[in-house]
Design a protein around this ligand. Sequence first.
Ligand SMILES: [Fe+2]
Length: 288
Amino acid sequence: MRELAAGLLSPCPVDPGRLTADAERGLAAVARFREQDSSLPGWVNLPLFNRSGAPDDYTLEAYEGSARETPLCAELPAAAELVRWVADQGLSVEVARLAVLEPGSQLRAHVDEYDRLRLIVTLNEDPAFRHVLGDLCVSFQAGELWAVDGHTCHGAANLHPHRARAALLIDARPESSRLPDWYASCWEVPPARCLSRAPWDEPARATRLAEARALLEATPTTPELSPAEAHLLSAPYSFELDHSAAYSSLVDFCRELAAEHGEPTWSERAEFWEARACRCVPLEAAGA
Ligand SMILES: [Fe+2]
């Protein structure tokens, strides 16, 4: 594991303005998907490079050979150019994706299931587009090339009320990559990218729990991430706590409700979250 969970790497060779233009076209592409399927979650990935070149091939399993371009590369030429540059630099690119995070949505925090070298380039920027990796809470700027360590529990949230975030995720194979100096050297996080958060003290915790209870009254539990649960899990994007502490507070919340109501549903939900804390497993898996 790296000393830092993320690092801003060498200057990106592609003009940030062109990447921002790609962001608009990428958001439009996802909006077209939403018109066809309104049940899509707030976190949507579309492949730019994958095993087959097929636009509907979302598989992330390891394979051998060169990644193929999907038709989305023609729509996002600057992002595609950046992926080709990364490959030319020596990284064995396996998958590259456009990742859109809708307003108010979060990517549930997890440790990566697959061992990959992960690069992230945010295509549009806003201080409300946030990543929390371990103790770090950072906001990337458009066109910056970042590396992240998937062994650290990490997640992302879009706290903006109406802007969607678009990012390019590039995964490369650790075993067959030739690491360029800009990746292999010491990672750094510029202080200007770190966001200050409020202390997670007793008043903050009590307020957050009261807000979650208010959300519970409006929305009963669901097999998926309910608004009350999402509110507790998103605390690390505004307060100084890490994801494992947020999962613990969610488990405690469920146990408190179980004690109050004297029925098994909330005890089961506490076990559900204990089994999924910082784990990259589908919420609809057995036991949900
Ligand atoms: Fe991840």
